[in-house]
Design a protein around this ligand. Structure first.
Ligand code: SAM
Ligand code: SF4
Length: 447
C-alpha cells in the first residue's frame, strides 16, 4: 500500500475535548460514506486521521512523534499509510506541518473537515492539501446523516468562543462563537434517537451561549432546545457541557428543576478562586458571583453534582491567591473536577505576561489542589452508597464479565452482571471508590 492508493480502511485518533470526539465520529461517518471501513483493532489502517488538541503543552511535538510512529509501524507491515492531521493543531500550524512532515497528505482544520473526502481523493492522486478555512456552519450542512451511534451520543450545538480568556487558544483555533440552527439540531437528535441513542450530551465550547430561533420563530436559549429534546419519548437522558458562568440564564437554571430527563450534573469551570487572577485571565466573573450561581442551581436541584476546571500557576499567581482557589474548592465540594498546570500557549496574551510561575511551584500547587478535589470526589461517592438510581450501561469493564455505566450524577458504576451496552437498569450503589462505584442490579428499566 502506497499513500497514493485509495484507502480501504481508516482509523481516527481523537485527543482532547468531547467536541473533538464528536468531530472524530463525524469524520468516520464521512469516510464510511465513501466506502472506507474502520480498521480492525490491532491492524494498521490505510488512512490515519490524527484529530489533535492544542490546549496544553507539547501538543505539537506529540503530533510529530505520532506521525513518526504511524509511519514506522506501517513500514514494518509493508504499508505506507495516508496520514491526515485534523483538529486544533492543524488549524494553528497549517502549512508548517506540511513542511516538517513529508509523510502527511492532508492538514484539515476543525471547521473544514467536511471536505476530507475530496482531500482523500486528491491524496490518492498524489496531491497534498491544507484546508484551514472557517466557513460558518458549512460543515454541518455538508456532512452525511448520522449513522455511527452509541447509547450515549454527543451532539455539537455551538462552536467557537468570543471570550478570549488570556491563557486560551480556543478563540484562535475554533473561531468565533456560532450556534447551529434549532431545527437542524432537533432533526439530528431525532436521527440519533432513532438509531439507538438514549442519552444525548449537547456540546459547545460555551454551550450555554447557544441561541436560535425555534419552530415558532422565537429567539430561544439552550433551555428551549433541552425542552424540545425531552419531548422525544425514546430519549431518556440529556446533558450539556461546557458552560461559562457569564452565559448562565435564569431559564437554563430553572430547566434543572423542570425537566426530569436533564441529569443532575453541571460542569461549570471557575479556573481560580482569586478575583485578581480571574480578572487577569479575563474571566469576567468573581469567586463570589460564581458561588452565588451554584447556590441557585442547588436551590432548584438540591442533589446536583458539581464539576469544574482549574488552572494553577497562572502568571503572577501568589501563594495567597492559590489558597483562594483551595478555599473555593472547600466551599463547593465538587463531585468531580479537572485541574491543570498553566501552559503558555503561543500567541495568547498570558504567554508574554511577566512573572511566569516556576514548574516546581506549579507541581506543588497542583498536587495540593488535586488532593483536595480527590477528597471531595471520594466523599461525594461515599455519600451515594445506599442510593437507588438508574444506570445506563455504556461499555465493558476491564475484568471479564464486568460492565460499566453512568449514574445520573455522571459517576462510573461497575456491575458484575450479565448486561448489554445500552441497557438501563435500576441499581443500588453498594460500594464507593475515589473514581467509581460498585452497583447491584435491582431491575431492568426499559431504555
Ligand atoms: N470554554 C470552557 C470554559 O471556559 O470553561 C472550557 C474550554 S477549554 C477547552 C477546557 C479547559 O482547559 C479550560 O477550562 C481550562 O481549565 C483549560 N485550559 C485552557 N487553556 C489552558 C492553558 N493555557 N493552560 C492550562 N489549562 C488550560
Ligand atoms: Fe477558552 Fe475562555 Fe473560551 Fe473557555 S471561555 S474556550 S477557556 S477562551
Amino acid at each position: 500500500m502506497k499513500p497514493t492508493d485509495t484507502p480501504k480502511t481508516y482509523r481516527v485518533k481523537s485527543f482532547g475535548c468531547q467536541m473533538n470526539v464528536y468531530d472524530g465520529e463525524r469524520m468516520g461517518e464521512l469516510l464510511e460514506a465513501k466506502g472506507i471501513t474502520p480498521a480492525a483493532e490491532g491492524e494498521d489502517a490505510d488512512l490515519v486521521v490524527l484529530n489533535t488538541c492544542h490546549i496544553r503543552e507539547k501538543a505539537t511535538e506529540k503530533v510529530y512523534s505520532d506521525i513518526g510512529r504511524i509511519r514506522k509501524s506501517g513500514r514494518q507491515h509493508g504499508k505506507d499509510p495516508m496520514i491526515a492531521v485534523a483538529g486544533c493543531v492543524a488549524q494553528a500550524e497549517g502549512e508548517e506541518i506540511m513542511k516538517r512532515s513529508p509523510g502527511v497528505g492532508m492538514v484539515v482544520g476543525p471547521q473544514a473537515y467536511h471536505r476530507l473526502g475530496d482531500m482523500v481523493d486528491r491524496a490518492a492522486r498524489g496531491e497534498r492539501t491544507t484546508d484551514t478555512d472557517m466557513p460558518e456552519n458549512a460543515k454541518f450542512d455538508a456532512l452525511p446523516a448520522r449513522r455511527r451511534v452509541s447509547p450515549t451520543s454527543f451532539l455539537t450545538v455551538q462552536e467557537g468562543c468570543d471570550k478570549f480568556c488570556t491563557y486560551c487558544v480556543v478563540p484562535y483555533t475554533r473561531g468565533a462563537e456560532i450556534s447551529r440552527p434549532y431545527s437542524d439540531l432537533v432533526e439530528e437528535a431525532k436521527k440519533l434517537v432513532d438509531a439507538g441513542a438514549r442519552e444525548i450530551t449537547l456540546l459547545g465550547q460555551n454551550v450555554n451561549a447557544w441561541s436560535g430561533e425555534d419552530d415558532k420563530g422565537r429567539t430561544v436559549g439552550l433551555e428551549r432546545l433541552i425542552h424540545a429534546l425531552a419531548d422525544l419519548p425514546d430519549l431518556k437522558r440529556i446533558r450539556y457541557t461546557t458552560s461559562h458562568p457569564n452565559d448562565m440564564t435564569d431559564a437554563l437554571i430553572a430547566a434543572h428543576g423542570e425537566v426530569d430527563k436533564l441529569m443532575p450534573y453541571l460542569h461549570l469551570p471557575v479556573q481560580s478562586g482569586s478575583d485578581r487572577v480571574l480578572k487577569a485571565m479575563n474571566r469576567s466573573h468573581t469567586a463570589e458571583s460564581y458561588l452565588k450561581l451554584l447556590d441557585r442551581f442547588r436551590e432548584v436541584r438540591p442533589d446536583i453534582a458539581l464539576s469544574g476546571d482549574f488552572i494553577v500557576g497562572f502568571p503572577g499567581e501568589t501563594d495567597a491567591e492559590f489558597e483562594d482557589t483551595l478555599r473555593i474548592v472547600d466551599a463547593v465540594r465538587y463531585a468531580s473536577a479537572f485541574s491543570f498546570k498553566y501552559s503558555p500557549r503561543p500567541g495568547t496574551p498570558a504567554a508574554s505576561m511577566d512573572d511566569q510561575i516556576p514548574l516546581e511551584v506549579m507541581d506543588e500547587r497542583l498536587q495540593r489542589l488535586q488532593a483536595a478535589l480527590g477528597r471531595d470526589q471520594l466523599a461525594f461517592n461515599e455519600a451515594s452508597v445506599g442510593k437507588t438510581c438508574d444506570v445506563l450501561i455504556e461499555r465493558k469493564g476491564r475484568r471479564p464479565g464486568q460492565m460499566l455505566g453512568k449514574s445520573p450524577w455522571l459517576q462510573s458504576v461497575f456491575f458484575d452482571a450479565d448486561l448489554q451496552i445500552g441497557d438501563m437498569v435500576r441499581a443500588e450503589l453498594v460500594q464507593a471508590g475515589p473514581s467509581s462505584l460498585q452497583g447491584r442490579v435491582l431491575e431492568s428499566v426499559s431504555a
